[in-house]
Design a protein around this ligand. Sequence first.
Ligand code: FES
Ligand code: FE
Length: 424
Amino acid sequence: MKNAPWVLENRDENSFLINREAFISDDVLKLEWRKIFNTCWIYVGHASEIRNPGDFQTRKVAGRPILFCRDVNGEVRALLNVCSHRGAIVCREREGNARGFYCMYHGWTFNTDGSLKAAPGEDAYGPKFDRSTHGLTPAPRLESYRDFWFVNFDPDAVSLDEYLAGAKDYIDLVVDQSPSGRMEIISGTQEYDIKANWKLLVENSVDDYHIIATHTTWIQYMINSGVNMKRPKGLLLPSAGKGVDLGNGHLTTDNPNYRGRPVAKWISVYGEEAKADIDHIREELVARLGEARAERVANTNRNLVIFPNLVINDGSSVTVRNFTPVSADLMKVTSWALGTVEETKEQRARRLHAFLTFYGPGGFATPDDVAALEAAQEGYSAFREAGWNDLSRGMHKAPDDQLDTDEGHMRCFWRKWSQLMEAN
Ligand code: FES
Ligand code: FE
């Protein structure tokens, strides 16, 4: 399949190129399933989505149907939602609460821990039939960090804790917004397809270089709302953020707060009546975390990529965004709003407003992003003649000097991707 490398890095020339075939080839996608999605920790869901014993969510994770549930004893499970009898999908509802799961094909039933409860006419299997070997198969590994649950289909993978590396510090910044350290997924899901390769959304989620060109509608809206969007000389954005390598292919932007956060600033959008409320939140943060940490939590933004396909946009709201390839040129995106369990109705309303208006599929940003990604995907059809993406912005500078408008953090993703794809 492969004649040229997918990633061509020349440090002497400050050149970092991506072979456009990596975005369009079905063979590349096949390899990605095997070398990336079968070996990395893949996000499955948040603890708050299965709060009570018997709660369940059905998901597609790394191409497999997964039943993410809390069993009747309160233990979190990730079971392959595949009947041990003849393979039918067992639970066909999206979410709910159940005392057990019933397969509609021949009526086998399973307990919430996945064990087989009963098979109609079990006698016909003879005396050696062993229920204990006929349960739903669990994902080989299931671990969590601060209520974010991940599965791994490689039984020998490193622990999630080790895998997340520097990304943990940034997850902490998100979760520390809550006085009790508990966040929750807010009911209601955004789902949409993008006719583009899944890796383009990784790039786009942390690409602050595109903001001025792509998001003119949003910028105008911010200016009209009274937000200071003036750019200091030499900067593409109102303030200089960083692009940060977090290790193991994880990366983030780390920006001062010019975009505003629903529970911290952006009075101009939410009105003066929000001010007392926001001051109160700020006071709690300072009392609990100290001035410096409170400043970090409340007044900086981050778009965090957990390799390979989870993004946490902690900006004007907190959006948990997960995306999965369907084919080389199509992905399914699912996004949830995440909020503190303590917030009031008014705070929650502001958060949801921000969730919808910026990152939502009908918001100020996402439709323009989708258009840009689909335009890029279309352009890759000419890969034979115009074969390479240039991702070398800022490469002449030291790693610590990489701005969010540079492409250094994206290069971290591609180095990890390339390392896994080249591995035997
Ligand atoms: Fe599930 Fe037969 S396939 S009971
Ligand atoms: Fe964008």
